[in-house]
Design a protein around this ligand. Structure first.
Ligand SMILES: [Cu+2]
Length: 186
């Protein structure tokens, strides 16, 4: 290998290195661009699926009338829980659900903005009057979880607490056979 060959080799290596450096900068730029676009797009566009409710008539008709609140066993074996938040309580105050079962929580507010947080889970949502919050949950094991309102909603906010009681799947099935809408309010 001559002195010139060595120089050529170095130039080729430098060119290839530069090409890869540019390519990696382009990839990083592309990813940052995508993340920025998706972030801005999601923040400025309405969600794909928005469900509304009328807080003035919640108690009169529709899904959130009092007799329809609580947990219900669906034909496919899943459970739907319907609840409302109002100053200063949740209805039902005590939600009973089975363990190891897909659950859909549907909740809304009858007056101002409330929060619904189930301790020990990733459930943490706002209850905004006029809108329905729809969240999937699944509990691994029976137990009790507190459910405070986590959004300041007025003077009685600190007293706005509910509870979620997770029972064994078979025990829930037995309860569900006896009643259409279940709660653990006693
Ligand atoms: Cu509240």
């Amino acid at each position: 290998m001559t002195e010139t060959d060595h120089g050529v080799g170095e130039a080729v290596a430098a060119r290839i290195e530069r090409r890869w450096a540019i390519l990696s900068i382009v990839i990083v730029g592309l990813l940052v661009g995508m993340a920025t676009f998706i972030g801005i797009h999601q923040a400025t566009m309405p969600q794909g699926r928005v469900e509304t409710s009328d807080p003035r008539t919640l108690h009169l008709s529709g899904e959130f009338v009092e007799s329809n609140l609580g947990s219900t066993l669906e034909a496919d074996g899943s459970v739907t829980v319907r609840a409302i938040g109002q100053q200063y309580s949740f209805t039902p105050q005590c939600i009973v659900v089975p363990a190891e079962t897909p659950i859909t929580l549907r909740a809304t507010s009858a007056d101002v903005v409330h929060g619904l947080l189930i301790e020990g889970t990733n459930i943490n949502t706002m209850l905004v009057p006029g809108y329905v919050a729809d969240l999937p949950i699944r509990f691994k094991a029976p137990g009790e979880h507190v459910m405070p309102c986590q959004e300041f909603c007025g003077i009685g906010h600190q007293g706005m607490w509910g509870k979620v009681k997770v029972v064994d799947k078979a025990a829930f099935a037995k309860l569900a056979a006896a009643r259409r809408r279940l709660t653990c309010v006693d």
